[in-house]
Design a protein around this ligand. Sequence first.
Ligand code: 8YV
Length: 332
Amino acid sequence: MRKTRPIVVVTRRTLPGGGLERLAEQVELVRCETDVAPRVDQLVPLLARAAGLLSLTTDRVDAALLDAAPHLRVVSNAGVGTDNLDLAELTARGIPAGNTPGVLVETTADLAFALILAASRRLVEADRYVREGRWTGVPFDLLLGQDVHRATLGIVGYGAIGRAVARRALGFDMTVIHHSRTRRDDELSRWVPLDELLRTADIVSVHTPLTPETRGLIGARELALMKPTAVLVNTSRGPVVDQAALTAALAERRIFAAGLDVTAVEPISSDDPLLRLPNCIVLPHIGSASLATRSRMVELAVDNILAGLAGTRLPHCANPEVYTATGGTPST
Ligand code: 8YV
C-alpha cells in the first residue's frame, strides 16, 4: 500500500520555475486556485490536514490562520521578508518558518538602481510625454532632471541589498553613505546618523526590513531634512515610509522625486493621490521579479518545506529559536 504523503498547501495556482513539480513528487500538493493572495476564507478550509504551507510575502500567517492548521510542521515563505509571518506565534507552536535570503539580492538591487536613474532623470514622465504626442519640438529646458553620477547616495538599511546597491553606485562615481543599526564603515560606504544622511544625500534609497522600529522611519520630520533636489527610492516595505507625508512633500516639491516599488497598502488604490503626482514612479512590488530569481526563490522555499517535513533544520530558518525553544524538536 502506498504511504500517505504529507499535504502541502501552496497559496497560488502556480509559481515560476520547476520547484513546485519537484515538491509534487514528494508530497500531496494542494494549490489555492488563485494568482493573487487568497482570502482567509479560501485558505482556511485547505489547511485542516496540511503539514506544510508554502506562502508568499503577501500572505498573512498569524495565530488565527495557524488555529486552522493543527497539523502544520513547517511554513516556508518564498521571499526574504518575514513581516507577513507572526514568528513569535510560530515559534511558540514549535513550527519553523523558512525564507529565501541571498538569491534575490542582486535582482532587487538592480531594480533599486533602475528607480534611482528613472526618478532622477524623469524617465517615466519623458516616456508619457512622447506617447501623448507632446514631442513636437525640443525646448532646451525639457524635462530637466538630477544627475546620478557623482551624486551622494544615502542608503538606509545596510544589509545585503543595501550593499549591492552601494557596489553599483561606485560605477557612477557616487559617494556612498549609509545608516544602519550596526555603526560600521566598510570599503564602499561610511556610516552616518540618519539625520545627517537625510541632510547630505542627493538620493536616499531605503533597504530596511519592516519591523516595529522601522515602521514610519521616514516621516514628515525626516522628509523635511532632505534637500529640495533629493530623490527618495523605496524597494523595501511601504510602511517604512509615511506615505501621506511623502505625498505632501512631493506635491509641494519639497523633494524632487520618488521611485517606489512598495506602497503602504498593496495593491495601491487606483485613486491614491500619489498616483496623480508626475514626480513619483510607482511599481507593483517587482523588486525580485526576474524569471531566474523568482524561480530560485521557489526552489529555496521548496528546500525549506522538504527539510521541515523531514524534521531536519531548514536551510534558511527565520525563527531559529524554534530549535532551542522546543529543545530541538519542532512540532511533528
Ligand atoms: C516578494 C519580497 O517575495 O522577498 C521579499 O521580501 O518583498 C519580494 O521578493 C515577492 O514580491 C513575492 O511576493
